[in-house]
Design a protein around this ligand. Structure first.
Ligand code: SF4
Length: 285
């Protein structure tokens, strides 16, 4: 039987346990981490990890029992919840959609150590050469336009992989959406690792109502530990160059703004930086 717990460390080394049964992530005290892992993942109550002190093992077992009494670490996973597709959801999906996310490519020019597509995670797809065809993208845009109400604020997000690897395709899709939208306002979101953005791309962003989200893990030392090229080279300098490019001075005529938003961990932070348009200053990360 699979262990009900998966022990792991965050990229800054903080120990956590994921409880499959409750679907909860619990932060563990450092001494408990290795022992919980020994009991649950190796099933050896500590002996395989060199814990021979009976009192110590009993203390860990007591903690384990306490966690179980709180409903965590159950051997039998809780029954799967069935997704409910109610009339309201159906109506939303079929009649009033206003956001479309296009995963236009599974290709990426980077190989970030923690990437969910690195092949390390069994349930996640690995990087591949797959690219969305223009036909598929156009059909999806048509669907969005058909099922959204005409007064809805519409948005189309481009996601990957690294979407900027396929800038000509992005441009074609945006151009199609503008034509097919027939005057309806659409905002375009671009999620990028920030290593391929060039001045002509910035000019394109400025021609449209766009929201560009650039991933950066913080200062160079932190960023370059994980966000690397295929050859393991850090990318911080190039990302900063991109941020400088899109953080236009007021005299450029743009009223857009560059806004940081960070998810902070105890030993560091992993912020994303977004450039929101005049019409949408909110920033997601
Ligand atoms: S940029 Fe994104 S998709 Fe590419 S390797 Fe890094 S985390 Fe993965």
């Amino acid at each position: 039987m699979r262990s009900p717990i998966v022990c792991f460390r965050s990229d800054t080394g903080t120990p956590y346990a994921y409880d499959r049964g409750s679907n909860e992530i619990v932060r563990l005290a450092e001494p408990l981490f290795a022992k919980i892992r020994a009991i649950h993942e190796r099933g050896d109550a500590g002996s395989g990890m060199g814990y021979t002190d009976g009192a110590e093992v009993n203390a860990v077992r007591a903690e384990d029992e306490r966690a179980r009494s709180l409903g965590l670490f159950a051997d039998t996973p809780r029954p799967r919840m069935k997704p409910v597709f109610c009339d309201q959801c159906r109506a939303h999906a079929m009649e009033s959609l206003h956001t479309l996310t296009l995963c236009i490519t599974e290709r990426c020019n980077l190989r970030c150590i923690y990437c969910s597509h690195s092949g390390l995670y069994p349930r996640e797809r690995p990087h591949s050469q797959a690219v969305m065809s223009l036909d598929v993208a156009e059909a999806a845009v048509r669907y969005l336009l058909d099922v959204s109400k005409s007064d809805d604020a519409l948005s189309i997000s481009f996601y990957g992989g690294e979407c900027m690897l396929h800038f000509p395709l992005l441009r074609e899709i945006v151009s199609f959406a503008e034509r097919a939208g027939n005057g309806r306002h659409i905002q375009y979101h671009f999620d990028t690792n920030g290593t391929l953005v060039r001045p002509e791309h910035v000019a394109f962003f400025l021609e449209h109502d766009t929201f560009v989200q650039v991933s950066i893990d913080g200062p160079r030392a932190l960023h370059d530990r994980f966000r690397v090229t295929r050859r393991g080279k850090g990318t911080h300098d190039r990302v900063i160059e991109t941020l400088r490019m899109i953080d236009l001075p007021p005299e450029s005529g743009s009223s857009d703004e560059l806004t940081p938003r960070a998810i902070l961990e105890p030993e560091g932070g992993r912020p994303c930086v977004g450039r929101g348009s005049q019409k949408s200053r909110s920033l997601v990360c």
